[in-house]
Design a protein around this ligand. Structure first.
Ligand code: ADP
Length: 743
């Protein structure tokens, strides 16, 4: 037995595996080790805890190197019947006590977390029994009066209360969205219908969000069954009308737990049969199955799980062990803890509401944004807009994209167009940003003009970086007048916001600029004010992380340092978050600048680590980190000073970061933000006001900011917000990848 005053933490993954569990494990292990605390991995979930022996092993810093990019869980998971019985838990308690473990991080689903809570409640009794049967001494039992527990939810279903995202859900959405994109290209070629069944027994999250991201035509989820008994006719009508309106394919997404109003299951095969019979065409069904669970975790699952693992250890070590078990989750884009059992109970309440056919309650428990998403989807899937409501103001709204082409722009244009048409407005699409507006490149869009735009990268409208000034302003004013434009949606990055501000400031000179205007943040740089995540940044982050995975694999033979240069202009978001998601040893940002003494200190550390046997070092540099200490300079410096101990290679990722199909998150956000933008323009029109604003996620909520506030919110020279929420995460990344403690 180890010294009784030493704290030891145990960590296990249990229940269904989920991509991102390894990133959480790495963070738990390294956070514990840097705090001088031993950490034991319990292999194969609770079964390993019951069996003990070498199923419970201390892990070292290097044991969790190179695991973040791997899917599944490297310490294994299992279902354990033995742990369900008190006898099994008695053995488990003994195995923990033998190693002085009285703090646990449990990464699993609701079963695993419920089991953990029960184990904790029984702990004192189990120890008393071990004393009574002479398996441990009273003194040992006295040293461990409590079992402290922190739970992290590993579940691809995103079916848990208390966290906005569970570990693995974002990756599963990536898998499903890719599958839907692929299915729709073949379906469109043959004008076919496809039914795709996705996971989610009690939770329609994956089905609903993938339907939005994949531009599906119909979705069936457990929380909100069709509200008529004859749902088959409604569904077939929608599909038929869509075809008539010009759609080449129809995709129906069915959650595995989908049901009708009376609770009778609706399977993918059943939906397929209904469509075949009623539409008289060939329909194919694809059950995605375990593909949804596997593969490398997405960038989000890597960085969120890293933060969760780190926070779990802080919680376990900083609070008293008698504190009730906590769940570490992500709430409103921040890591938060909540009492574990409260979350478990609320999670069960959703399942119970569904079982009792109380669907209103189930939806309500899921929360407002889930309901909003469902409502938006129902409009988006319509073949044609609703009939206009008499008496409502109908506006002529212009939509344009400005700045660099960004993944998610098309998704936003598609959603804005359809939602605006559905409100009875006229949509005037402006090609090529403000340059096109100056030249009058304006086209009226109909419902089908944006068909199939959702999954496409770049900007199909065309975009430009031009910010109108001088004579341009006259031309813009004339176009707005000639086309009688009564509202403006500008989708884009810094240039788009600058243009919006310019038009606002020139309102006195140009009366036609007095129209409601709204900016929607779309830039991979993520450098816009009051917007925690702009559209495109998640896609770019995934592209960077995938590229770094490949770069790392190329280096197995030699000792090598890679200096990877990423975009972002003067904003270090992509550099810092990709560093967090890939375990980079060093990240250089413009926000902090780069000093020679820091470079030298980092270099010295790097040399030491290679001398100790390290084979690969990863350095990420924001493209504008320092104008003189360029990527080339850093490589030369490291190579020269490394004196053949290791070689150095630059990797300037370039434009691959701007391209690619938008990630599910970017598609979903683009749709949500566009919906709110259209609502805003409509409200302004109805009230005959002409506020100019921009939209963005703030603490996880969609909020509007008046354009007048932009100058005080930004550092104009560096073209980035004064406040950047993610900067505080820097020390965590550093702690987990750099500061290997002395063994
Ligand atoms: P998940 O954690 O993904 O929901 P399970 O429900 O299968 O997966 O739970 C995983 C393991 O957690 C089970 O095999 C069992 O060992 C343990 N477990 C689940 N529920 C309980 C419970 N009520 N009491 C004790 N152990 C439980």
């Amino acid at each position: 037995m180890t010294n009784a005053t030493t704290k030891s933490i145990g960590v296990l993954t249990s229940g269904g595996d989920a991509p991102g569990m390894n990133a959480a494990l790495r963070a738990v292990v390294r956070s514990a080790l840097t705090r001088g605390v031993a950490v034991y991995a319990v292999f194969e979930g609770y079964q390993g805890m019951v069996e003990g022996g070498d199923r419970i092993r201390a892990l070292s810093w290097d044991d969790v190197g190179g695991v973040m990019q791997r899917g599944g869980t490297v310490i294994g998971t299992a279902r354990s019947a033995e742990f369900r019985a008190r006898e099994g838990r008695l053995k488990a308690a003994r195995n923990l006590i033998e190693r002085d473990i009285d703090r646990l991080v449990v990464i699993g689903g609701d079963g695993s977390l419920t089991g953990a809570n029960l184990f904790r409640q029984e702990w004192a009794g189990l120890l008393a029994e071990l004393v009574a049967t002479n398996q441990i001494t009273q003194a040992v039992a006295d040293q461990h009066p409590y079992l402290a527990i922190v739970g992290l939810v590993g579940s691809i279903d995103n079916d848990f209360a208390g966290t906005d995202m569970t570990i693995g859900a974002d990756t599963a959405l990536h898998r499903i969205t890719t599958a839907l994109d692929q299915i729709s290209s073949t379906a469109a070629s043959h004008q076919r219908s496809f039914v795709v069944e996705v996971m989610g027994r009690n939770c329609g999250y994956l089905a609903l969000m993938s339907a939005i991201a994949g531009g599906a035509d119909w979705v069936l989820i457990p929380e909100s069954p069709p509200n008529t008994d004859d749902w088959e006719s409604t569904m077939c009508e929608v599909v038929r009308a869509g075809r008539k309106a010009g759609r080449r394919d129809s995709i129906i997404v069915v959650a595995e737990g989908a049901r009708d109003r009376h609770g009778n299951p609706i399977s993918g095969t059943r939906v397929c049969k209904v469509l075949e019979e009623r539409l008289g065409e060939d329909v194919r069904v694809t059950i995605l199955g375990h593909i949804q669970r596997g593969g490398a975790p997405s960038a989000f699952d890597r960085w969120m799980s890293t933060l969760l693992g780190h926070a779990a250890v802080e919680e376990l070590l900083s609070t008293t062990p008698e504190r009730e078990p906590q769940l570490m989750g992500m709430r409103y884009n921040r890591i938060r803890s909540r009492p574990l059992m409260e979350c478990v109970d609320q999670t069960h309440a959703v399942a119970e509401a569904i079982a009792a056919h109380n669907y209103e309650r189930a939806l309500e428990l899921r929360g407002g944004s889930f309901e909003d998403a469902f409502r938006t989807l129902r409009t988006m899937v319509r073949a044609l807009p609703h009939e206009p409501v008499p008496g409502r103001r109908r506006m002529r709204l212009a939509v344009l994209t400005a700045g660099a082409p960004t993944p998610g722009m098309n998704t936003a244009v598609r959603a804005a167009t359809r939602l605006a048409l559905d409100r009875g407005h006229t949509v005037l699409a402006v090609h090529n940003g403000f340059e096109g507006l100056v030249r009058g490149e304006i086209e009226e869009f109909g419902w089908m003009s944006v068909s199939g735009w959702g999954p496409m990268g770049g900007s199909l409208l065309g975009t430009s970086r031009r910010v109108p000034s001088g004579a341009d302003l006259y031309a813009v004013a004339r176009q707005l007048e000639n086309h009688n434009i009564e509202g403006l949606l500008i989708i884009g990055g810094w240039a788009a916001y600058e243009a919006a501000l310019k038009l606002y400031n020139e309102r006195q000179q140009f009366p036609s600029f007095n129209i409601p205007t709204i900016g929607l943040p779309a830039t991979i740089d993520n450098n816009l004010p009051n917007s925690e995540m702009s559209i495109g940044a998640d896609t770019a982050l995934n592209s960077i992380v995938e590229a770094i995975d490949k770069i790392k694999q190329s280096a197995v033979a030699a000792r090598r340092c890679f200096v990877v240069e990423v975009m972002g202009r003067y904003c270090g978001y992509l550099a810092l978050m990709s560093g967090l998601a890939t375990g980079a040893e060093q990240v250089y940002l413009h926000e902090e600048g780069v000093r020679m003494k820091d470079l030298y200190a980092d270099l010295t550390e790097m040399i030491e680590s290679f001398q100790q046997g390290k084979r690969l070092s990863l350095v990420i540099r924001n493209e504008q980190a320092n104008p003189l200490y360029t990527t080339e300079f850093m490589c030369a410096l490291f190579e020269e000073e490394g004196k053949k101990l290791f070689d150095v290679r630059p990797a300037i990722l370039g434009h691959l970061q701007q391209g690619g199909d938008p990630s599910p998150f970017d598609r979903i956000q683009a749709t949500r933000l566009a919906a709110r933008c259209i609502e805003f323009l409509t409200e302004q029109g109805e009230q005959h006001t002409s506020v100019s604003a921009f939209i963005g996620l703030q603490s996880g909520h969609i909020k509007l900011t008046n354009i007048e506030d932009m100058p005080r919110l930004v550092d104009a020279a560096a073209m980035r917000p004064r406040e950047q929420w993610w900067l505080s995460l820097r020390s965590i990344g550093e702690e987990l990848s750099k500061a290997k403690p002395q063994e």
